[in-house]
Design a protein around this ligand. Structure first.
Ligand code: PLP
Length: 284
């Protein structure tokens, strides 16, 4: 059960209270958008960037979201209730579905949960990943907007399926690879790698979700003497790099220890610098 639930125009409600109708398109078709946001010291980290991405996702899915100020207000209602109850790291979800099947406004609500320790242990221990084919070339999603590249839609069944598959292979997570051999992103994370003094990530033109955490790190790369570069990388080249990471709002910065059982080396100290740039605490 979420610690806090808040509904647009209603405010904070009991988390046991039903808030969706049976014909909500979010449930029937995964037809909606969402954001998951890191909560630290009672505040939502990078809220503005998440609200911008959410607005873009809804625009791409052709439904109207309440404006940014209203969504920020909803987030703040949930955060105020959270601050009264909890002080640790949290995950704020903002959810907006297209609404009910026969019309009406979008269904919009927020929840906040504590972040379980196992979700942040990869900040300390890293991740073993296995590659999984996305089944399309790196340039396919740009030409086929209905594949919803770059959209954070509620339909995450494929992302959950590939994560389960990766775990069944003894790995911690998957790494999506395009049909033409490029490493793109994790099912719920962005890919970053270090090539000499270049901090690199996948271009948005490949249909990945533009990560708020990776963007924050790329924008600040020069502070740790690195140049930010967007480009494609093959899995083979990734294995030769000076470090590779999966980043996301809740997991933070997790270094990749191996890909398909082959070790990925890491220049000492860089993970700690990236954690510091984004203010992630590493569990002991
Ligand atoms: C497919 C995908 N890529 C990247 C990310 C990382 O995004 P952010 O850093 O904004 O959490 C996520 C987050 O859930 C994701 O689902």
């Amino acid at each position: 059960m979420a610690i806090v639930t808040a509904v647009l125009h209603r405010g904070v409600v009991d988390s046991d209270e039903p808030i969706l109708c049976a014909d909500d398109l979010g449930v029937l078709r995964g037809d909606g958008v969402f954001e998951t946001i890191n909560v630290r010291e009672g505040r939502a980290f990078l809220l503005d960037a998440h609200l911008d991405r959410m607005a873009n996702s809804a625009r791409r899915m052709e439904f109207e979201l309440p404006d940014k100020a209203e969504l920020a207000g909803l987030a703040e209602q949930a955060l105020a209730a959270w601050r009264e109850r909890e002080s640790g790291e949290g995950a704020l979800r903002l959810i907006a579905t297209r609404g009910r099947e026969h019309g009406g406004p979008p269904t919009v609500y927020a929840t906040i949960d504590p972040v379980p320790r196992e979700r942040i242990l990869p900040r300390r221990d890293g991740l073993k990943v296995v590659t999984a084919s996305l089944g399309v070339n790196a340039d396919a999603r740009g030409e086929a907007p209905w594949l919803l590249g770059g959209v954070k839609a509620l339909s995450y069944a494929t992302q959950m399926a590939v994560t389960r598959w990766a775990k069944s292979q003894g790995a911690d997570d998957a790494l999506w690879v395009s049909a033409d051999g490029y490493a793109l992103e994790g099912p719920t994370s962005s890919l970053l790698w270090l090539d000499g003094d270049q901090l690199c990530t996948t271009p948005v033109s490949s249909g990945i979700l533009p990560g708020t955490t990776s963007a924050h790190l790329m924008e600040r790369a020069s502070k740790i003497g690195l140049e930010a570069v967007e480009r494609l990388v093959t899995v083979e080249s990734l294995l030769e790099m000076d470090g590779a990471w999966l980043t996301s709002s809740v997991r933070g910065v997790a270094f990749i220890t191996s890909i398909d059982g082959r070790e990925v080396s890491q220049r000492p100290g860089v993970t700690a610098e990236l954690d510091k740039l984004a203010g992630f605490e590493v569990p002991s």
